[in-house]
Design a protein around this ligand. Sequence first.
Ligand SMILES: [Fe+2]
Ligand SMILES: [Fe+2]
Length: 180
Amino acid sequence: MSKLYEEYKKSYDIYSHLNGKCYLNVVGDLYERPEIQRMSEYEQHLEIDRLQHMTSVSYLSFLICRRLKLDYRSAARASIMHDMVFYDWRNPAEMWHRPHGYLHPKFAAENAKILTGGNFSEKEEKIILKHMFPLTVTVPSSREGLIVSLSDKYCATRELFYSLSKSYKKRFLKEIGRNV
Ligand SMILES: [Fe+2]
Ligand SMILES: [Fe+2]
């Protein structure tokens, strides 16, 4: 578990280490697209923006799948787009995307199809569509999908801790070498 946390921390500076470079070899063409970079403008879990969340989930999914000799490419590529929706889900003025928790996988999969120009496998689509399990009753249909779903919960939990606990945030920032 501590090894997972060590890697999670590295997802906050993806360009600075070897595993990050291996990861970017697989997803860099998507990661650098303005549509993905724009995700930093949206709040995901309180103080953590959507780009950072998707990067953490995708990077951990990549590493776990690579370690288990699974299809790390599909896991990493699907998960860098798994929450790619272009709205603030907390905006009370907009109702069309609610309930967000249930509907956003479908919107993200549609956006992923557009972003990739259709170069998007059925497996990748299902990883995105089913990533909200167990909130939704769509059970992941591949081992890669299950790993993405679990990574999503792991990262969301850490992001909420970061946002809600001053001592956790202070320690975390110190550990990743950022100013407190
Ligand atoms: Fe999501
Ligand atoms: Fe997510």
